[in-house]
Every structure is written in C-alpha cells, then in structure tokens.
Design a protein around this ligand. Structure first.
Ligand SMILES: *Cc1c(COP(=O)(O)O)cnc(C)c1O
Length: 456
C-alpha cells in the first residue's frame, strides 16, 4: 500500500481558481499559422471574422501575443458552480498496475454536460450575450458540446440552435432531450433547413452525417440570421484559451504539494482539452524553465497528428470555413462507420499542430478495443465510468505507467479525464457484447483524403 501523504483528491479553494486565462500562443516562438480567407488566401481580418463569430471571441482568436487575459467576473461566477474540478491521485489504478509511477488525473466530467466543454461554452455564451446577440448556432457530434452550450445559453439567456450529426441524433435520444430541456432547438444534420444540407442530402441520400457537414449548416444559419453568430466547441485557439483553466488548476494543485509532473497526457480530437491541460506546462517548456513529455492520444481510425499532413485545409466538409493550417486527414475524411470511440474530427488545433511540428509534443494512437479495455480497467479500479474519448488518455497513461514498471522509474504522470461515459452506453454495449471491431485506415485510404486538400 502506498504511503498516502498526498490526498486522493486535491481540491482548490475558490480563491485559488484562475482569474485569467493563459494564452499559450504568446510564448510560442513559431506562432500557429493564421486562418486564411478561402477566397483571397489572405489572413482573416477582425471584420471578416466578426461576421461569423462574436467580436470579442474573434479578437481572442487573432491574439497571439497577450499571455494572460482576464476571465470576466460573470464567467467566473458561472464556473464556480462546478469548478474547481478535482485532481485525483489514481492510487487504486497504480496498485492494480503494480507500477512505481505516480498517476494523477484531472476529472472534467463533474458537471451535467459531462465534459470539459462547459468551460468554453460558458465563455462563448457570455460574450454573445454581452454583444447583445439573440442567439448562437453550433454543431454537435456525440452531443457533449451541444449540451454544454445549451446549459450556458440557458444561464445567460440566449437562443441556442444546434445541428446534431444525424447518427448521434438517432443513437443518443437522451442526449438530445437534455439539450431540449435546457431550451435548445436541435436539428439532425444533414437537414433540409440549409443549402449545404440540401446539397448533401441530394448527393448522399443515405448519409448519417458528419461533424464537418453540421458545421457548414450551423455557419450558414448564423450568417443568414439577424442577431446570431456561430460558436465552435473545439479546434479554435479561443477554445484552447478558455480551456486553459484545466491546466492552470492542475498546476496550482500540484504546486501546492510540491509535485512535479514528468509526463502530461491527454486525448485529442480537435485538441481543446489537451491544449487546455498542457497550456501552463508547455508554457514552462517554451520558456525553457522546465521540461515535460507531452503526449496527445488519438484513435488509430482517425489519426490526424500521427499520420496526417501539416497543410492548410477547411475546417468543415462543406468548405465554407476559413482555411486553417493544421495536421489533417482532409476535410472529406470520415472515420469508418464501426468507429464508436469519439475523436472523429479530421483536423487538429493549429496551436497543437505547430507545437507538434516543432517537436515539442508527441502523438500516440490506439485502436478502439485497446481503448475500451483501458476504460473498463479504469472504471473497475477508480470507479468513474470514463467517456470513450477520455479513455484514449487513460490508455496512454497506462502504457507509460507500465513502461515505468519495466524500468523501475517513479515518474509522475498527469492525464486529462475529459468526461464521463454515461451517454456512450451504445459503445460500451458493443464492447461488452464482443461486437467491437477495429479499423485502421491504410496509406491508400488516407491518400484519398490528402488528394482533396485545397492547393494553397
Ligand atoms: C469533445 C470531447 C473530447 C474531444 O475534444 P477536444 O477538443 O479534442 O478536447 C474529448 N473528451 C470529451 C469527453 C469530449 O466531450
């Protein structure tokens, strides 16, 4: 039995919560490449961005230089209802693994939306309200972002229009009802309410929808509707900024006990929870103050960092968004239909893409059965039923802990447990029934996606 001088849960008091977000870009020597206007191929300007996004959020998107940005009091007040999130020492998992490694996880699933997404949803809803808008539009895949945004919009008094990927709309009726309960209106995507949706339905009548298409629909509605703007729950630099509360809290909690992390691990779909968790650690690394190994874990079926190309690409299937330079599988890439593990976005945050390209972080990828094995082991040891997305980080952490077992090194591993899995029981059912299969795209499969990259 380990000597438990460190508590199972390290909590922070309200006065220790971050009052400013940390903008990692300010410390990056190689800044992430700017978003480009797809028509002119020139960097997007504030007026251009403000057609689609709230003005304050557009400013944050373009700000590569301000290291700390005040968190408005109203956002702090909302977040105090569910933050700080606990940093938990995984004593039970360590024991089960028989590892000398010390494992900590930051659990973001302790709010009704079930994930970290509420951190950015509350910020984005606040700025929309402050600008005097009537409402916001967005897309949601598995439903976590839509739920988080519905909650934030209900709190700040905004209309919330959600385009939900059709397959999730049908497979996750309760997720849909949670959003409706908070007052959001939900449309399965593709739909006949937009031009791009109609086009998709005409070309692919049997499509179950993609995140990329839902994004196109939500943007089309935002741009065409008076008093509405579009909001996005991941990928954008502003979202990573809002998510920095995860890393800032983690760092404060570790520092309180004089704990130094060696390895920081997170799952990466669009990169927001990972980008938020690693922000202060990567900041120290960029400033040459301390070194960390930082690992992004992604699904083998959608390996944007591990096997993607670093290139300008659209953020959506409908090719209506600005171009972002990122590790991408091509905006037409759709993971195999048997993929149940989340993290299915084709691209990656341009901040994380640049850091990865500069060799400042690593990427690992796992098949979904490996990930669910890790999820079940974690659930049995630590009690929390993890989201499939988060389970990628669990798998990464377990692998690193087992390496320590071989070498006898007492490394400190910190990973992000981005959410709970209660709305993912269809995926767990597949796993429990032995019906989960793995699909790893071949180089030829991936080449098809690369062939469609815009020539910039
Ligand atoms: C949305 C989501 C993710 C993936 O998004 P990122 O922007 O890559 O963090 C990961 N985990 C959970 C629980 C999510 O809801």
């Amino acid at each position: 039995m380990a000597n438990k001088e460190i508590p199972y849960k390290i909590f922070l008091s309200e006065s220790e919560l971050p009052k400013q977000w940390y903008n990692l870009r300010a410390d990056m020597k190689n800044k992430p490449a700017p978003l480009l206007n797809p028509g002119t191929l020139q960097p997007m300007t504030l007026p251009e961005m403000s057609v689609v996004f709230c003005e304050e959020l557009a400013k944050q998107e373009l700000d590569d230089t301000t290291p700390y940005i005040d968190i408005p009091e109203e956002i702090q007040a909302f977040q105090k209802m569910y933050r700080p999130s606990p940093l938990i020492r995984a004593y039970c998992l360590e024991e089960k693994l028989g590892t000398p490694a010390k494992i900590y996880y930051k659990f973001e699933g302790n709010n009704t939306s079930g994930s970290h997404k509420l951190n950015s949803a509350s910020a984005q809803a606040y700025y929309a309200k402050k600008q005097g808008l009537k409402g916001v539009t967005t897309e949601t895949g598995a439903g976590q972002w839509g739920t988080a945004l519905s909650m934030a919009c209900a709190y700040f008094g905004l209309d919330c229009i959600v385009y939900m990927v059709k397959v999730s709309y049908e497979q996750k009726p309760y997720r849909r009802e949670v959003m409706r309960t908070y007052g959001a209106s939900i449309t399965p995507s593709p739909s006949d309410t937009t031009q791009i949706g109609k086009k998709m339905l005409a070309e692919h009548p049997d499509t179950t929808g993609t995140l990329g298409c839902a994004i196109s629909e939500a943007i089309e509605v935002a741009v065409g509707k008076e008093g509405y703007r579009y909001v996005l729950g991941s990928v954008l630099s502003q979202v990573l900024l809002h998510q920095s509360v995860i890393g800032l809290e983690t760092k404060t909690a570790l520092d309180k006990y004089g704990i130094k992390a060696d390895i920081v691990i997170g799952c990466a779909g669009g990169g927001s929870n990972l980008g938020g968790l690693i922000a202060p650690f990567m900041g120290e690394k960029l400033r040459g103050e301390r070194d960390y190994r930082i690992i992004a874990v992604e699904p083998a079926s959608c390996p944007s960092l591990s096997r993607g190309k670093y290139a300008y690409d659209f953020c959506d299937t409908g090719r209506v968004t600005p171009l972002a330079k990122m590790y991408t599988l091509g905006c037409d890439f759709i993971p195999a239909p048997n993929h149940a593990g989340g993290l299915r976005y084709h691209g990656m945050s341009s901040v994380l893409s640049q850091l990865y390209d500069d060799g400042l972080m690593e990427a690992a990828s796992y098949t979904q059965t490996e990930v669910f094995e890790a999820a079940v082991m974690f659930a049995k040891a630590e009690g929390i039923l993890p989201a499939p997305e988060s389970s990628h980080a669990i798998k990464g952490a377990i692998d690193e802990a087992l390496k320590c077992k071989e070498t006898g090194e007492e490394k400190t591993i910190v990973f992000g447990l981005s959410g709970t899995g209660y709305f993912d029981m269809m995926s767990y059912q597949k796993y429990n029934d032995g019906e989960m299969s793995d699909y790893v795209p071949t180089d030829a499969d991936l080449q098809k996606g690369f062939d469609t990259l815009p020539k910039v």
